[in-house]
Design a protein around this ligand. Structure first.
Ligand code: EPS
Length: 383
């Protein structure tokens, strides 16, 4: 199962096409819209989120609430398009004042105009904008719905913003989603939430932006998804690549990777035990549910680091692309902090990585065959 998206931040709409979708997935449009609303949420978002109310319109691939085995097309309208019809016109001539000529450090602007021979950073920033991730979350709804059919759930929460961090939970996959969604920071720790909000207030007052870290986890997985045998199909590699495909994500950790690098092997590896309906299980999960490029059957635990958003109201130095003189980087409406939103996008990315691994192992035509194949596999490995 794969997706592609199209659309500019201030164009008419975003589109996602999901291919490789098995027939028979129960798809609840309200659930997709709820995920889109979660992506819009979070203390620290900018004025744009007050304009948009993201909804997914399903254009193909679904009848009477179920996928039919054809590509699923979804669109999310940009309400803000009405304010940008001149700047983002499909035909006609641009006005001279519409150009963005001061590339922002940290954004795609400069390398983007260099590689595309553009004289307007807007050509780049419109697509590099994290607005595109609304389409990913819509598409991710298909992957999540598939995973629900095989008993897998995906969740996320924010663990830090700037230098404010909650105490790391012993099992990030067991964090209560209600606590997460009740927090304006999507952080299950109420005290840390308030401290994060205050840090965002201070950053906003200073013309600054803030990054942070989040966890994204999955439960209910069978062992043996992915493979040790081919580099490109190692599931940990695919998950890391999926996380790094999210704008502003600069680091990924699986399990307690960085702490594990400081410890001897006997204090790192998860001991193997046998018992109950699961057959084999691990007494700990420092591997984050992945060993040898495969799932172990324990929850998948991923942590990612997001850099601060590059658009700064107190801009850094840049160079004008016409005169080559030093000027302030461009600034336009943006978010102070979007870590809660990025965590929701990461759920969609993890869902696609896991759905792809299930379909590679268990086939891809219809849910009933896949569910039967999963059941047969589970019966074989835990007799
Ligand atoms: C975003 C929409 C954008 C920004 C943000 C994410 O809206 P606008 O550019 O109209 O204010 O809020 O974009 C960026 C962080 C970025 O770097 O471009 C969204 O829908 O998530």
């Amino acid at each position: 199962m794969r997706y592609t998206t199209s659309g500019e931040s201030h164009g008419r709409a975003l589109t996602a096409i999901v291919t490789g979708v098995p027939a028979g997935i129960a798809l609840d449009q309200a659930r997709i819209d709820a995920d889109l609303a979660r992506r819009q949420s979070g203390y620290g978002r900018g004025g744009r989120m007050a304009i948009e109310t993201d909804r997914a319109l399903i254009l193909s691939g679904v009848r009477f609430g179920s996928t039919i085995g054809s590509p699923v097309t979804l669109t999310v309208a940009n309400r803000d398009w009405d304010n940008w019809t001149d700047v983002m016109a499909v035909s006609g001539e641009p006005t001279a004042t519409a150009r963005v000529t001061a590339p922002r450090p940290g954004h795609a602007d400069l390398a983007g105009i260099q590689k595309t021979d553009s004289a307007d950073c807007r050509d780049i920033l419109e697509r590099a904008s994290a607005r595109e991730t609304a389409a990913r979350v819509a598409a991710g709804g298909v992957a999540r719905a598939f995973l629900a059919e095989v008993g897998v759930t995906v969740a996320s929460f924010v663990a830090s913003v700037g230098d404010v961090a909650m105490e790391a939970p012993a099992d990030p996959s067991a964090v209560d989603p209600e606590l997460v969604e009740a927090s304006e920071m999507r952080c299950p720790d109420a005290v840390a939430t308030e401290r994060m909000k205050r840090a965002i207030d201070a950053a906003r007052a200073d013309g600054e932006s803030l990054g942070g870290t989040f966890y994204v986890t999955a439960r209910g997985l069978v062992p043996g998804l992915g493979t040790y045998a081919e580099a490109s199909r190692r599931l940990d590699a695919r998950i890391a690549a999926a996380m790094l495909s999210i704008p502003a994500i600069k680091g990924v950790e699986i399990g307690s990777a960085f702490e594990s690098a400081t410890l001897p092997g006997s204090r790192v590896h998860d001991e193997i035990a046998w018992g109950g309906p699961r057959g084999y299980y691990r007494t700990t999960n420092r591997a984050g549910g992945l060993e040898g490029g495969m799932t172990t059957g324990e929850p998948v635990v991923v942590r990612a680091a997001m850099k601060p958003i590059p658009t700064l109201m107190r801009p850094l130095a840049s160079v004008d692309i016409d005169s080559h003189e030093t000027i302030d980087a461009s600034k336009e409406r943006s978010d102070v902090c979007a870590v809660p939103a990025a965590a929701v996008v990461a759920e969609a990315e993890l869902a696609f990585a896991l759905a792809g691994a299930y379909l590679e192992k268990f086939g891809g035509d219809c849910v009933s065959d896949i569910v039967a194949a999963v059941a047969a596999y589970e019966a074989r490995i835990a007799p």
